[in-house]
Design a binder for this molecule. Structure first.
Ligand code: SF4
Length: 313
């Protein structure tokens, strides 16, 4: 077996993920391993979560799972939480550290303001995804005034009760598919306010642009990322939508000879929550299987840094 490997320059950790991981590490240094709890996976990557857990962070799905909560530390994940969760944490006298990505917070602010202005809100995103749950949870108003939709077909079925509404989107959606939903939304509800395109973040946008470049060059695209990572899944779907075989794998153990069969140009990229060592492990396995020539493709990654929350920097 012999093939070339095309590696996306723009891949892996984004600024929001780096910040969230740094928050947990700093909290462990500052408060010690007995006290630090993280509500939900801090980012959607099983290796990152396992690594932080091995350093002493406790991951929980509910605040009620934190024993003797007074003076324990709770960290909210990069995906954000609703205001009721913040209130519940304060009521339990937990020390709250918010690792919500600043770009998710920007969407939270818009939804919160819409509630104050008594506007309805349409959120384009995946029902049940942690980020969407947190964004819906910013709306302090009647529940029937917040709508979560995803596709243009959902727009057809959508009824708004007033003519004052905004839309917002999950930050990690497919750019192309979201554009169709936004178009349908604006056509049906001409009064709706919102961003020019969507609220997808720079990391989502430039990783999807990079995977398109890979898909143009390659006959197989391997995306490193966990199955519950929205942005990683979208990368694999974008490649598939361009007619290229694509696989989403957690790590090098996901590579098989069947996967590589017949491929002459294998693209490799990684979602925004994937550590670089996972990519390097994948490259090593590909080299063992006949893909030792690695060609960097696409634009240089623009490295951004988000400051840590107050009290941790
Ligand atoms: S993918 Fe975007 S929104 Fe999510 S953490 Fe990274 S920069 Fe923030």
């Amino acid at each position: 077996m012999s093939f070339k490997v095309y590696l996306a320059r723009t891949r892996g950790f984004c600024a929001g993920v780096e910040r969230a991981i740094a928050v947990v590490n700093r909290a462990l240094e500052k408060y010690g391993t007995q006290k630090v709890y993280v509500l939900h996976e801090v980012v959607h990557n099983k290796h990152v979560v396992a690594d932080l857990a091995s350093r002493g962070a406790h991951f929980v799905e509910h605040l009620s799972q934190i024993p003797n909560p007074e003076d324990k530390v709770v960290i909210f994940s990069a995906h954000g939480v609703g205001t009721k969760t913040v209130e519940a944490a304060n009521a339990l006298k937990l020390i709250v550290i918010d690792a919500t990505c600043p770009l998710v917070n920007r969407v939270h602010f818009k939804v919160s303001r819409a509630a104050k202005e008594q506007k309805e809100v349409v959120i384009i995103g995946h029902t049940g995804h942690q980020e969407v749950v947190g964004t819906v949870g910013q709306y302090d108003g009647p529940e029937d005034k917040v709508h979560v939709i995803l596709t243009p077909q959902d727009v057809e079925k959508l009824d708004l009760v007033s003519n004052k509404a905004i839309f917002a989107t999950q930050t990690t959606l497919s750019i192309d598919e979201t554009a169709l939903t936004v178009k349908a939304l604006k056509e049906k509800f001409s009064f709706i306010e919102g961003p020019k395109n969507d609220d997808t973040c720079f990391a989502t946008q430039n990783r999807q642009a990079a995977v398109k470049t890979l898909a143009q060059e390659c006959d197989l695209v391997i995306v490193a990322g966990s199955k519950n990572s929205s942005n990683s899944k979208r990368l694999s779907e974008v490649a598939s939508s361009m007619g290229v075989r694509s696989y989403l794998i957690d790590d090098c153990e996901g590579i098989s000879d069947e996967m590589l069969a017949g491929a002459t140009k294998v693209g490799v990229t990684a979602g925004a929550s994937v550590p670089e060592y996972i990519v390097q492990d994948i490259l090593k396995v590909l080299a063992q299987k006949g893909g030792s020539e690695v060609i960097l493709t696409g634009d240089e990654q623009i490295h951004r840094v988000f400051p840590l929350p107050d009290g941790l920097d």
